[in-house]
Ligand binder design. Structure first.
Ligand code: SF4
Length: 366
C-alpha cells in the first residue's frame, strides 16, 4: 500500500520527500497543501511541477473520507456518516452553541470497551482509524460548516465519538500533532479534549507527550460495584487505580480533569451515589459533566426524571463538587452522547452485534 500523506506528521512528510530524492522543504510544501489548504488530490497542488505531481500519484495517496449522509437535528446539531476507503462507516457530530461549534470525532470503527449504556459498544471493534481518517473528519466538518456560513470555524474538538482513543494510541497522538501544528490546522491544545474510559497505562503515557490535550474521563459510578456492572473495563483498572493515574497526570496550570457521569435511573443516580461521588473526587482538580442517559434500542436503561437529575446535581454541589448539566444535543437523530451506531432514521445502516442478555466477559484490553 502506498503511504498516505494525510496520516503523516510534517516531519514524516519531510522524510518521505527526502526518500524520493527531493529536497526536504518539498515535504513541508506537500504537507501544507494537505493540512493547511486541505486539498483532496495531488492535481490541486498547483505550485508543484507536473513531474512531481505525476510522481506523487505513483508513490503516495491522500486518504479521504467520503460523506455518505448528513442528518440535521431540530436543535441544529448535525451528524455526519462518513465512509472510509475500505467501506467502513463512522460518525462525527457538529454541535453549534452560540457562535462556537464543537466537533465530536471518532477514533475507531466501533469500540471494544463495551460500556453497557453505549450504542457504539454494540458494534464491537472493527478497526482503528488511522491518523488521516481522524483528521479528515475535522476537515470535512469544517467544509460543511463553511457551506452554510463561510466565517464559522470549528472552535473545539472532542474525541468522544465512536471508539476509545487510548486503544488507538499512536494514531491518536499523530492526529493531535497534525491538528495542533501551526503550519496545518493550528488548533490550540486547550481546544481539544480526549475522552477515555480509563486505560491507566496509556493515561500515564499520554502525560509524557509534548502535545497534551484536555482530558475527560468517563467515570459514571461512585464505586467499583456499580462501575464493574456498567463498565467492564473497571475490572482491569478499578477506580482506585484510575484516580491514582489521574492524580499523577501532569495537568497544566488552570486546567482541570473533566469527569463524565452518565446518569442512569435507579443505577447511579441516588443522593447516596452523589455523596459518594463528591467524597471520591474531593482531592482531584476536576469538574463533573452530568449527562442524563440518552436512550437507544440496544440498552434497557432509563433516563432519570428531571427532578431526580436536579436533586443529584444539587447534592453534588452542596458537597462542593463542581458540576455541569449536559442536556442532550441531537438525540432525535441518534447523535447524542452514547448513541452513535451508524443509525439513519432510527435504523442501523450496518449490522450491530446480537443483543446480549447478561454482562459480557471483560473486553480485550491492552
Ligand atoms: S462509551 Fe466510549 S469507550 Fe465506552 S463503549 Fe462507548 S465508545 Fe467505547
Amino acid at each position: 500500500m502506498t503511504p498516505d500523506l494525510r496520516a503523516m506528521t510534517i516531519d514524516e512528510a519531510e522524510l518521505f520527500a527526502v526518500a524520493q530524492g527531493w529536497p526536504r522543504f518539498r515535504g513541508e510544501q506537500i504537507w501544507r497543501w494537505v493540512h493547511e489548504k486541505r486539498v483532496r488530490s495531488f492535481d490541486e497542488m498547483t505550485n508543484l511541477g507536473a513531474a512531481t505531481r505525476a510522481r506523487l500519484h505513483e508513490v503516495a495517496t491522500i486518504g479521504c473520507l467520503t460523506v455518505a449522509e448528513v442528518q440535521t437535528s431540530r436543535d441544529g446539531t448535525r451528524k455526519l456518516r462518513l465512509v472510509t476507503r475500505d467501506g467502513q462507516s463512522i460518525e462525527s457530530v457538529l454541535i453549534p452553541a452560540g457562535d462556537k461549534t464543537t466537533q465530536c470525532i471518532s477514533s475507531q470503527v466501533g469500540c471494544a470497551v463495551d460500556c453497557q449504556f453505549c450504542a457504539t459498544a454494540k458494534m464491537g471493534l472493527k478497526r482503528n482509524l488511522d491518523a488521516g481518517e481522524i483528521v479528515d473528519q475535522v476537515y470535512l466538518g469544517q467544509r460543511l460548516l463553511a457551506e452554510v456560513d463561510p466565517d464559522r470555524r470549528i472552535s473545539n474538538i472532542v474525541y468522544m465519538g465512536m471508539g476509545e482513543p487510548l486503544h488507538n494510541y499512536d494514531n491518536l497522538v499523530t492526529s493531535l500533532r497534525i491538528l495542533t501544528h501551526d503550519k496545518g490546522a493550528g488548533l490550540g491544545q486547550r481546544r481539544i479534549t480526549v475522552s477515555t474510559s480509563g486505560l491507566v497505562p496509556k493515561l500515564e503515557k499520554l502525560g509524557n507527550e509534548t502535545v497534551r490535550p484536555n482530558l475527560a474521563v468517563s467515570l459514571n459510578a461512585p464505586n467499583d460495584q456499580i462501575r464493574d456492572a456498567i463498565m467492564p473495563i473497571n475490572r482491569k483498572w478499578n477506580i482506585a487505580k484510575l484516580l491514582g493515574a489521574l492524580k499523577a497526570y501532569p495537568l497544566e496550570q488552570r486546567r482541570r480533569i473533566t469527569f463524565e457521569y452518565v446518569l442512569l435511573a435507579g443505577v447511579n443516580d441516588s443522593l447516596a451515589d452523589a455523596a459518594q461521588l463528591a467524597k471520591l473526587l474531593r482531592t482531584i482538580k476536576c469538574k463533573v459533566n452530568i449527562i442524563p442517559y440518552n436512550p437507544h434500542p440496544e440498552a434497557s436503561y432509563a433516563r432519570p426524571t428531571p427532578a431526580a437529575v436536579e436533586a443529584f446535581q444539587n447534592e453534588c454541589k452542596r458537597l462542593g463538587l463542581s458540576t455541569y448539566l449536559r442536556m442532550p444535543r441531537g438525540d432525535d437523530i441518534d447523535a447524542a452522547c452514547g448513541q452513535l451506531a451508524n443509525r439513519v432514521n432510527g435504523s442501523p445502516v450496518v449490522p450491530l452485534r446480537i443483543k446480549r442478555t447478561g454482562l459480557p466477559p471483560p473486553p480485550p484490553v491492552e
